[in-house]
Design a protein around this ligand. Structure first.
Ligand SMILES: CC(C)(COP(=O)(O)OP(=O)(O)OC[C@H]1O[C@@H](n2cnc3c(N)ncnc32)[C@H](O)[C@@H]1OP(=O)(O)O)[C@@H](O)C(=O)NCCC(=O)NCCS
Length: 190
């Protein structure tokens, strides 16, 4: 049967959490077991370009390569346990000073969906991007047309929808239409 890309709204029937308990911090190798929970989950990977991990070595390699791969990357933590990741990637990582655009990406363990965590985190990251990474003028995000939850997160965090990019990238072997969102440093009152 063909894989469908339907995104249903989380039921929200589980306990809510105090968003003040959510923190962002660097990844450590000691986060490996927590990282593997969501990096091996097909539900989490469904709208992402990556395939679920099949070995802990992949997780170790991911953590070790963070400084080479990302402009900025943090573990989304609940009570200091890594329940997700949020990152900013530069278009030309070798020339950070001239590159004024970064691509935002985020992922959260499915157990914690529908509690407002991603929206809370993305709002924080936008502030960080335009204050701590002060050379940035634009943060953009590409979201699958059927990833309704992620589109909603960006809208709630103040991103503007700029348009739809037809068959923009191949994900899980299929060409996908992606929506591009952005927020500009001039959009915000920091
Ligand atoms: C997308 C994702 C980050 C959303 O995280 P989240 O913490 O559940 O999002 P929030 O709780 O902040 O929800 C924000 C809004 O989106 C809605 N929403 C969340 N998931 C939804 C879904 N699957 N379908 C429809 N609406 C959804 C929420 O109801 C909320 O809207 P509301 O306040 O109007 O009710 C999470 O589902 C995830 O990690 N998915 C897998 C990885 C992924 O797709 N990353 C993004 C790639 S671009």
């Amino acid at each position: 049967m063909e894989e469908t890309f339907i995104s249903s709204k989380p039921s929200g029937n589980e306990q809510s959490i105090d968003l003040n308990q959510i923190t962002l911090r660097p990844f450590h190798l000691s986060d490996l077991d927590d990282l593997m929970v969501w990096r091996t989950d097909e539900k989490v990977a469904k709208f992402c370009s990556w395939e679920p991990y099949t070995s802990k070595e992949q997780g170790i390699s991911f953590i070790e390569n963070i400084p080479n791969k990302f402009l900025w990357c943090k573990a989304i933590c609940l009570n200091n346990r890594a329940i997700g990741r949020v990152s900013l990637k530069s278009r030309s990582p070798h020339d950070k000073s001239r590159n004024k655009t970064a691509e935002l990406a985020y992922v959260l363990a499915s157990k914690y969906w529908g509690k407002g965590i991603a929206t809370y985190v993305v709002k924080q990251v936008v502030k960080v991007a335009f204050s701590e990474l002060s050379h940035l003028e634009r943060v953009e995000a590409f979201v699958d047309v059927e990833n309704v939850g992620s589109q909603r997160v960006l809208e709630k965090a103040g991103f503007q929808k700029e348009g739809t990019l037809g068959k923009y990238l191949v994900m899980k072997g299929k060409s996908r239409d992606m929506i591009i969102f952005s927020v500009l440093s001039t959009d915000l009152q920091l």
